[in-house]
Design a protein around this ligand. Structure first.
Ligand code: NDP
Ligand code: MG
Length: 393
């Protein structure tokens, strides 16, 4: 007998990951049913998605909805949530089996906690959730007995390498990184990096924020924290290695010296589909790795003097408490300011470092303290003038 379809709520349905999730749902109509979808601004696209997938609930978190748009939701008999609490309201209202969290930034944190409280499994793209409050999230997930399935390609790789393994047998997790567009660019050139160049990632097509995070390597720093939280390992067990081809998505080294790697073409649909269909693997016609074409797999150590954001992430992880939430929020604002050309590319790390140095850490924070630290860091980052620090000329 066919199992009943998995009921999904997708937050961030109009983004890069959200769109790929919906493609996967469209390809597998018997496996999934959409019960809720959200967007921040793209109401037209959300309405199209609603017409196709017929959810009972929708949310628009980032702008007012016009009377004409509202009428269209009403005609489809969709209950709509708007405003700052819209995502959490949607999670609380929709009876789903799984929350797919594909929003970008700290906005994903509280809705994830709400979904775990309700006993929903989580397919998690929103790594910021685990950076901000990973310990809280994982403890609650364990208490509620729910599964967190990583969508991030590196963590999906580690998750797959660990299938059937005893977590105690992990020696190290080796996260691969493409190195982004500036792997070979001298640090002295970072101050001249334009928004357009920073947005041109060599291997992946993604939303703007994660693309900039990849260029600074803050993304890899976040992924180190994400790996510690998801797999319960210490920071010194997580290593980063540059692998420009992005074919090996990450590796696990075991205690006797054996290493497992997970490979494939760089296509986010593969880890997305696995997170949605787990524990099953479902046939798909995604592109295959062609060993006749593949010429080489190369590796090098990351340049920690150049990519200071990666170092800052390790520091925030070591500090613990509210430091990773500050790292995340300061970075979010720094990236926005870079994209709006109010700071330079090389000043992203300056700003984040200043926020970490200024902030007063609180250990073992609850959700409210994490939200407070996030708000403090946002305000610090918005008012920060990189020229007044003396760090940069
Ligand atoms: P996008 O910018 O493409 O999409 C983000 C989605 O979230 C959109 O639906 C957007 O709405 C919505 N959104 C944006 N800001 C807010 C907010 N403040 N509150 C609520 N919703 C918001 O991002 P990606 O899909 O690239 O990334 C999503 C997450 O997945 C990120 O955490 C990223 O780090 C992670 N990830 C992404 C990968 C990728 O390949 N793209 C790979 C691995 C991880 P709107 O459309 O209106 O802007
Ligand atoms: Mg990744």
């Amino acid at each position: 007998m066919m199992p009943s379809p998995k009921r999904l709520v997708i937050l961030g349905a109009t983004g890069s990951i959200g769109l790929n999730c919906l493609r996967c749902v469209t390809e597998n109509p018997d496996l999934f049913r959409i019960v809720g979808l959200s967007t921040h601004h793209q109401v037209d696209l959300l309405l199209q998605q609603c017409a196709t997938h017929k959810p009972q609930y929708a949310a628009v978190s980032g702008r007012m909805v016009s009377p004409v748009e509202l009428l269209q939701f009403e005609q489809m008999k969709i209950s709509l949530f708007t405003g700052a609490q819209a995502l959490t309201d949607l999670v609380n209202a929709a009876e789903g089996d799984m929350l797919v969290n594909a929003v970008v930034g700290a906005a994903g944190f509280l809705p994830t906690l709400a979904a775990i409280e309700l006993g929903r499994d989580i397919a998690l793209a929103n790594k910021e959730t685990l950076v901000i409050g990973g310990e809280l999230v994982m403890n609650l997930a364990a208490k509620k007995g729910i599964h967190i399935l990583p969508i991030d390609s590196e963590h999906s790789a580690v998750f797959q390498c660990l299938m059937g393994e005893d977590p105690q047998s992990i020696e190290a997790i080796i996260l691969t990184a493409s190195g982004g567009p500036f792997r070979s660019l001298p640090k002295s050139e970072f101050k001249n990096v334009t928004v357009e160049r920073a947005l041109a990632h060599p291997n992946w097509r993604m939303g703007k924020k994660i693309t900039i995070d990849s260029a600074t390597m803050m993304n890899k720093g976040f992924e180190v924290i994400e790996a510690c939280r998801l797999f319960g390992v210490r920071a010194d067990q997580v290593r980063v290695i540059i692998h420009p081809q992005s074919i090996i998505h990450s590796m696990v080294e075991f205690k006797e010296g054996s290493i497992k790697a997970q490979m494939g073409v760089p296509d986010m649909r593969i880890p997305i589909q696995l997170a949605l269909t787990w524990p099953r693997r479902v046939a798909a016609d995604f592109p295959r790795l062609d060993f006749n074409v593949l010429k080489e797999l190369t590796f090098e150590l990351p340049d920690m003097a150049k990519f200071r954001c990666l170092v800052l992430a390790y520091q925030a992880l070591a500090e613990g408490g509210t430091a990773p939430a500050v790292l995340n929020a300061a970075n979010e604002i720094a990236v926005q300011r870079f994209l709006s050309r109010s700071i330079r590319f090389d000043q992203i790390e300056t700003l984040v470092q200043a926020a970490l140095e200024t902030h007063k850490n609180r250990q073992h924070p609850q959700a409210e303290e994490l939200v407070e630290a996030d708000l403090w860091a946002r305000s610090f980052a918005e008012n920060f003038s990189p020229h007044s620090t003396g760090i940069l000329t």
